[in-house]
Design a protein around this ligand. Structure first.
Ligand SMILES: C[S@@+](CC[C@H](N)C(=O)[O-])C[C@H]1O[C@@H](n2cnc3c(N)ncnc32)[C@H](O)[C@@H]1O
Length: 380
C-alpha cells in the first residue's frame, strides 16, 4: 500500500437531480469547504486539497467528538477474521477504525465518508497508521469503485463496517442544521455539496408529501397536523423555528414524551441524505466484496434502517429461497452468507448509561460463505 491517505474526488450521482439547489438564507453555510467534487472520479492526496477553507474546517475536525457505539461487540465479531482489508463505510471520527487497526496489526483499512469534516477528522486520527489506511470522500454506495481504485484492490476484503446515521459532531455543530437542540440553518446535508437541503423540503414540498415523509421515516403519529402547521408558517429558515412549530402542533401530552421535534428531524435527515435508498445496494455490494469467511457488521439507529438491514441480510442468507420452511431447498437459491445472530444485538445497559446514543442501536452481522471472488457489477 502507498503511505499517504487519499481523498476521493467523488462521482456525483443523480440521486436528487430533480431538486433545485438549496436556498438557505441568512446563516453561515457549511458548503464550499475547499474539497473538490467533480463529475469525473479520481484520486487526490489530502495534502493537495485547496488550503483556505479546508484549513479552517480542519480546526473544527480536530474537535470531532464521537464515542464509538458497541465497540466491544464490534471487536468481538471481527476477532477471528483473517488478515486482509477492513472497509469502514462510515468512518466518521475513526473511533471504530482505530480500535480495529490496533487489534489487527496485519489489517489495512479503506475508509469512506461522504462528509468532508469526517474525512479530515479520520485522516488525522488515522495518520498514526501511515501506510495502512486510506480515507476517501465518497458515499458508501460507491464502495466497490473506491476499493477497486485503492492501493488495497488486490488484497482480500475480510471486514466491512457500517455505523449508520449521524455522528455526534454533526449534531453538535449548529451550522450543519441537524439538531433541534442547537439553532442553525435548516440544512442537514452530510455532504454540503449535495443539492437539496432540509430547507428545500420544508419550504418546497406540499403538505401531503411532508405528512407522508414524517409518517414513513419518522413514524410520527401527528404527521398531518405537523405538516399543516409547517405549510401555514412557511418560509421556515432555522432549526429552532421548525422545532417550535412542531412542538406547538402536537398535543400537550405528546410533548412530555421526549422532544416533539425528534421524529420530524430524523425524517428530514433520512430524506435529505437519501439514507435508505443508498443503504440497500451498499449492503449487497459489501457482501459481494467479502472474501469467504469475511464479515459485515451494521449498526443501525432507527427502525426503517434496521428493517432494511434485516431484510437484505435475510435475503443473502437464504439466497431468496422460496421453498416451504423446514423442507429441503429445491428452488436453486444459493445463500451467500450466514447470519451471526438470530436477531439484532443491543447495547448493554452500562453503555447506554454512559452514552445515551447507544440506546437505539441495533447490531446485525453476517459471514460470507465460501465463494469465488468476483467484482459485483451494477446495472446503473
Ligand atoms: C455514526 S457516524 C460513524 C462514527 C464512526 N464509526 C466512529 O467511530 O467515529 C456515521 C458517519 O457515516 C457517514 N455517512 C452517513 N451516510 C453515509 C453514506 N451514505 N456514505 C458515506 N458516509 C456516510 C456520516 O457522515 C457520519 O460521519
Amino acid at each position: 500500500m502507498t503511505s499517504d491517505p487519499y481523498v476521493t474526488i467523488r462521482h456525483v450521482r443523480p440521486v436528487c437531480m430533480s431538486h433545485r439547489s438549496s436556498l438557505i438564507p441568512s446563516f453561515p453555510t457549511a458548503t464550499g469547504d475547499g474539497l473538490q467534487t467533480s463529475l469525473s472520479a479520481g484520486l487526490r492526496p489530502v495534502s493537495e486539497a485547496p488550503a483556505s477553507r479546508a484549513a479552517g474546517r480542519l480546526g473544527m475536525s480536530e474537535g470531532f467528538a464521537h464515542v464509538p457505539v458497541m465497540l466491544d461487540e464490534v471487536l468481538e465479531v471481527f476477532d477471528e477474521v483473517d488478515d486482509g482489508v477492513l472497509v469502514d463505510a462510515t468512518v466518521g471520527g475513526a473511533g471504530h477504525a482505530r480500535a480495529l487497526l490496533d487489534v489487527h496489526p496485519r489489517w489495512d483499512l479503506v475508509a469512506l465518508d461522504r462528509d468532508p469534516d469526517a474525512v479530515r477528522a479520520a485522516t488525522q486520527q488515522l495518520a498514526v497508521f501511515r501506510g495502512r489506511a486510506t480515507v476517501h470522500r465518497a458515499r458508501f454506495d460507491e464502495l466497490v469503485d473506491v476499493v477497486r481504485a485503492s492501493p488495497a484492490a488486490t488484497t482480500p476484503v475480510v471486514a466491512v463496517l457500517f455505523d449508520l446515521g449521524v455522528s455526534s459532531h454533526q449534531l453538535d455543530v449548529a451550522e450543519r442544521g441537524f439538531s433541534y437542540r442547537n439553532d442553525g440553518p435548516l440544512d442537514m446535508r452530510m455532504d454540503p455539496a449535495d443539492e437539496r437541503s432540509a430547507y428545500d423540503i420544508v419550504n418546497g414540498d406540499d403538505e401531503e408529501t411532508l405528512a407522508e415523509l414524517f409518517a414513513m421515516h419518522g413514524e410520527e403519529r401527528f404527521a398531518k397536523r405537523i405538516a399543516r402547521a409547517i405549510v401555514a408558517q412557511r418560509p421556515i429558515a432555522s432549526t429552532a423555528s421548525l422545532a417550535e412549530i412542531v412542538a406547538d402542533a402536537v398535543p400537550a401530552a405528546a410533548r412530555r414524551r421526549g422532544h416533539p421535534a425528534r421524529r420530524v428531524f430524523q425524517a428530514l435527515r433520512v430524506s435529505v441524505n437519501s439514507e435508505l435508498e443508498l443503504l440497500g445496494p451498499a449492503l449487497d455490494d459489501a457482501i459481494s466484496l467479502l472474501a469467504p469467511g469475511g464479515r459485515t457488521v451494521v449498526l443501525a439507529y432507527h427502525s426503517g434502517e434496521d428493517r432494511l438491514v434485516k431484510e437484505r441480510f435475510r435475503f443473502a442468507a437464504t439466497g431468496g429461497c422460496v421453498c416451504p420452511p423446514g423442507l429441503p431447498c429445491v428452488c436453486g437459491a444459493e445463500p451467500t452468507v450466514r447470519l451471526l445472530n438470530r436477531g439484532a444485538r443491543l447495547a448493554s445497559a452500562a453503555e447506554i448509561e454512559s452514552n445515551p446514543r447507544a440506546e437505539s442501536v441495533r447490531m446485525r452481522a453476517v459471514e460470507r460463505l465460501g465463494a469465488p471472488r468476483s467484482w459485483p457489477s451494477r446495472a446503473n
